[in-house]
Design a protein around this ligand. Structure first.
Ligand code: UDP
Length: 234
C-alpha cells in the first residue's frame, strides 16, 4: 500500500506504512518560531535532526529508556513505533533561558539548583500554555501514575543527556520531550531530540548551538546544527 500522509506538523511529516504498528517520520527543513509567527528554512536541518535524534535515542536506549525509534530508513526519515501521544510537552530546565526568563524574571544562564520540570498543553490554538498538576488531572491528560512515570523517565533522560553532552563540551540548557503509549500500554519516548527542541551552549564560550540562532536572527544557523551533529557523533 502506498504510504499515506497521516499528519504534517511544523518540522515533520508522518506517513503510514504497510505495518499498522509502524509510522514513518520525515524531518523537514522548515523552521518556525514564536507560535508559527516566524517562518523560514534551515538548510540540511531535516537530515541533521534525523541523525541527531537517532544517535540520542540510541544513547538513551543503552540506559534502558524505551523509545519510538525502530531504524533510520533514509537520511531524513525514521521508521518508528506508532504511539498514542499524550497531549502534553515536558520541558526540563537545567539553566534558565527562553520563556522562563520572561515569565519569572530569571537572568538567562541562571543555573537551577535542581532540574526543573514543566508541563505544557499541546494545543496550538491555545498557544501551548504551561499547565499545573490540577490542570492535568481535570483535563484528564495523564493519570497520576502516568504523570509520575513520565517525571521519573524525564529525570533519567536528563541525567543521561547532561553527562553525554558534558563529555562533548556542551551545556544542555533545556529541552522538550514528548511521550506516548504503545499498543501494549507502555510509556515510550517519542518525537525528536534535536537543536529544534533543545538549547545547547558551548561549554567554554557559551555560544548558542541551537534554534535560538534562528529565533533571534543570530546568523550561523546551519553551522550550529552541523556542529551539534559533529559533537553527538564524537
Ligand atoms: N520547545 C520545543 N517546542 C515547543 C516549545 C519549546 O521544542 O513548542 C523547547 C525549546 O526549544 C527549549 C525548551 O523547549 O529548548 C524550553 O522552551 P521555552 O519554554 O523556553 O520556550 P521558547 O522560548 O522556546 O518559546
Amino acid at each position: 500500500m502506498a504510504p499515506e500522509k497521516l499528519y504534517e506538523g511544523k518540522a515533520k511529516i508522518i506517513y503510514s506504512t504497510d505495518d499498522p504498528e509502524l509510522i514513518s517520520q520525515k524531518f523537514k527543513n522548515d523552521a518556525t518560531a514564536f507560535d508559527g509567527k516566524k517562518k523560514g528554512q534551515i538548510e540540511h536541518k531535516g537530515v541533521r535532526n534525523a541523525a541527531i535524534t537517532t544517535r540520542l535515542f540510541r544513547v538513551l536506549e543503552e540506559q534502558g529508556i524505551i523509545t519510538q525509534l525502530v531504524e533510520q530508513t533514509a537520511d531524513d526519515t525514521l521508521l518508528c513505533k506508532r504511539l498514542e501521544m499524550f497531549q502534553v510537552e515536558v520541558v526540563v530546565r537545567n539553566y534558565a533561558a527562553g520563556s522562563i526568563c520572561k515569565r519569572l524574571g530569571f537572568d538567562e544562564g541562571h543555573k537551577m539548583k535542581k532540574p526543573m520540570l514543566e508541563f505544557f498543553l499541546k494545543d496550538d490554538s491555545l498557544g501551548d500554555p504551561l499547565i499545573t498538576d490540577a490542570h492535568i488531572e481535570e483535563l484528564e491528560l495523564l493519570t497520576r501514575a502516568e504523570r509520575d512515570e513520565i517525571e521519573q523517565l524525564t529525570l533519567k533522560i536528563n541525567e543521561t543527556l547532561v553527562q553525554f553532552f558534558a563529555e562533548r563540551k556542551v551545556l544542555l540548557v533545556d529541552f522538550k520531550l514528548e511521550f506516548g503509549k504503545d499498543s501494549e500500554g507502555h510509556i515510550v519516548l517519542g518525537d525528536e531530540i534535536s537543536p529544534d527542541t533543545c538549547r545547547f551552549w558551548d561549554a567554554d564560550s557559551r555560544e548558542k548551538l541551537d534554534k535560538d540562532r534562528f529565533r533571534r536572527d543570530l546568523g550561523g544557523v546551519e553551522e550550529a546544527y552541523e556542529e551539534m551533529l559533529n559533537r553527538v557523533n564524537q
